[in-house]
Design a binder for this molecule. Sequence first.
Ligand SMILES: *[C@@H]1O[C@H](CO)[C@@H](O)[C@H](O)[C@H]1NC(C)=O
Ligand SMILES: *[C@@H]1O[C@H](CO)[C@@H](O)[C@H](O)[C@H]1NC(C)=O
Ligand SMILES: *[C@@H]1O[C@H](CO)[C@@H](O)[C@H](O)[C@H]1NC(C)=O
Ligand SMILES: *[C@@H]1O[C@H](CO)[C@@H](O)[C@H](O)[C@H]1NC(C)=O
Ligand SMILES: *[C@@H]1O[C@H](CO)[C@@H](O)[C@H](O)[C@H]1NC(C)=O
Ligand SMILES: *[C@@H]1O[C@H](CO)[C@@H](O)[C@H](O)[C@H]1NC(C)=O
Ligand SMILES: *[C@@H]1O[C@H](CO)[C@@H](O)[C@H](O)[C@H]1NC(C)=O
Ligand SMILES: *[C@@H]1O[C@H](CO)[C@@H](O)[C@H](O)[C@H]1NC(C)=O
Ligand SMILES: *[C@@H]1O[C@H](CO)[C@@H](O)[C@H](O)[C@H]1NC(C)=O
Ligand SMILES: *[C@@H]1O[C@H](CO)[C@@H](O)[C@H](O)[C@H]1NC(C)=O
Ligand SMILES: *[C@@H]1O[C@H](CO)[C@@H](O)[C@H](O)[C@H]1NC(C)=O
Length: 462
Amino acid sequence: MKHSKKEKSPMASLRLAFVLLISLVSPTSSCTQQEKICLLRFLAGLSQDGGLAASWRDGEDCCEWEGVTCGTDRAVAGVSLASKSLEGNISESLGSLDGLKLLDLSHNSLSGCLPRGLVSSPSIVVLDVSFNRLSGALHELPSSTPPRPLQVLNISSNSFTGMFPSTIWESMENLIALNGSNNSFTGQIPTHFCNGSPSFAVLDLSYNKLRGSIPRGLGDCSVLRVLNAGYNNLSGTLPDELFRATSLEHLSFRNNELHGVLDGAHIINLGNLVTLNLGRNNFSGKLPDSIGQLKRMEELYFDRNNMSGDLPSALSNCTNLITVDFKSNKFSGELNKVDFSNFPNLTTLDLLYNNFTGTIPESIYSCSKLIALRLSANNLHGQLSPKIGDLKHLAFLSLAFNSFVNITNALHILQNCRQLTILLIGDNFMAELMPEDDIIDGFQNLQVLDIGGCQLLGNMPF
Ligand SMILES: *[C@@H]1O[C@H](CO)[C@@H](O)[C@H](O)[C@H]1NC(C)=O
Ligand SMILES: *[C@@H]1O[C@H](CO)[C@@H](O)[C@H](O)[C@H]1NC(C)=O
Ligand SMILES: *[C@@H]1O[C@H](CO)[C@@H](O)[C@H](O)[C@H]1NC(C)=O
Ligand SMILES: *[C@@H]1O[C@H](CO)[C@@H](O)[C@H](O)[C@H]1NC(C)=O
Ligand SMILES: *[C@@H]1O[C@H](CO)[C@@H](O)[C@H](O)[C@H]1NC(C)=O
Ligand SMILES: *[C@@H]1O[C@H](CO)[C@@H](O)[C@H](O)[C@H]1NC(C)=O
Ligand SMILES: *[C@@H]1O[C@H](CO)[C@@H](O)[C@H](O)[C@H]1NC(C)=O
Ligand SMILES: *[C@@H]1O[C@H](CO)[C@@H](O)[C@H](O)[C@H]1NC(C)=O
Ligand SMILES: *[C@@H]1O[C@H](CO)[C@@H](O)[C@H](O)[C@H]1NC(C)=O
Ligand SMILES: *[C@@H]1O[C@H](CO)[C@@H](O)[C@H](O)[C@H]1NC(C)=O
Ligand SMILES: *[C@@H]1O[C@H](CO)[C@@H](O)[C@H](O)[C@H]1NC(C)=O
């Protein structure tokens, strides 16, 4: 054993022996003083530390501090302080932790800006500061910044403003997911990572203030699975190039100002789609036949647009449908073109405010998982089928504002729908006589009943 000069005193030797003993017991040394300083600077920047100070004590190995994890080399590898009621600023000093791979500060009340050194850290792989009160713009990075390991950046649900600086993405060639939703970002949807980050798979920029048209560059995002830009102020049409992003599984442009006709020849390229949400826009024209080739489709939203024409029978081929929401459009024609018995998993069908005609197709009653069925404000007629009793899970039924007849029949059938909690059948059964039964049983779970606007005659059954 080699002793240095200043450790020759017996006290120093004892201390050294102690240190050696410790390192024999646990084969690793503690985190470095430099790491402690970085972490304590972060702590000092907090105005409310959620009790961290009790555990983050200078005298102890910071690998043992609350929320801190170290790698096998005892370098600080993770700082996970989600939901700790932290307030104050995020210190740039965290960016100096050489081995830091995961930084999770989500669900706190941290404010100020996101330090540049974190986004451009040479070690951080996952950076999650979602659900805080961070503000300001994302900083530009020097164009000479070398490639960064960042894979997941979640800055959602803060108060960030400004445009996405293009230089940030140039060095982010490992980026997989960017969640910037629920901020106040402006400008266009950024697309740099479509070319620069070969693994880029998830982009969520919903609930911002983005405007302008949908950039053609998104078509180069060849492995993009999730694209959510709903609740912005995007305008124009869906560019042809978008349909080159053939890996898309979840696509939402809900609540923008988009318009145009859905091109059947293009939509079939997105055969991996599981959810498509184009609700609350200004799309018009027919639902293309080729929609039937999107066989993985589970959730289809076209509500609150200007769509017209029949529902194509090809829709019957989307056998995995769970939710169909076409309310508030100008669809018309008979519903029995669609074979609803092909949708064993359908739970929600909403066709409110359209111009469908004919009777309710019998095939709907095979959708045994149906929970909510709304056909109100159309031009449907006929009597209810006893088969509606097959819908054992039906909790919400609205048939109002159509031309259905025979209220006696309707109530006799619906009394058997045991899960029914909301029943809206008003503005039908015009001037009919109420059933003459003294008692109508059933309706065990009914909470809301609307039979207004029918000008019914007779007595209300007890
Ligand atoms: C720290 O936070 C305060 C508000 O909480 C803010 O005014 C200040 O600019 C922040 N400082 C930095 C460096 O982000
Ligand atoms: C932040 O986003 C990433 C990627 O989408 C996700 O894995 C993570 O769970 C999100 N964090 C929170 C707190 O939701
Ligand atoms: C993005 O974050 C929000 C919360 O801020 C969350 O609701 C959403 O699911 C996330 N998006 C993705 C694609 O993970
Ligand atoms: C947006 O962020 C605020 C504040 O964090 C949160 O209360 C709200 O639920 C978020 N909204 C969405 C749609 O995620
Ligand atoms: C959306 O953009 C249009 C112009 O393209 C503008 O007139 C409108 O005010 C914007 N709406 C919102 C909510 O920002
Ligand atoms: C749809 O277009 C009409 C007419 O151009 C316009 O008045 C309306 O605001 C638009 N709606 C949406 C949601 O963009
Ligand atoms: C709605 O669709 C009709 C065609 O069905 C079209 O003439 C009209 O311009 C569309 N309205 C808007 C606002 O796009
Ligand atoms: C459903 O798809 C099959 C082949 O995948 C096709 O032959 C058939 O015509 C389609 N059905 C409808 C109603 O389009
Ligand atoms: C329906 O849901 C079940 C269970 O989630 C699933 O196994 C099945 O593939 C789905 N689709 C069809 C068409 O049954
Ligand atoms: C609804 O359809 C009927 C019959 O097809 C037609 O006479 C009527 O004009 C349509 N109404 C609207 C609002 O499109
Ligand atoms: C109305 O329904 C009742 C009970 O289901 C049935 O007996 C009666 O014949 C129906 N009335 C008409 C006009 O179809």
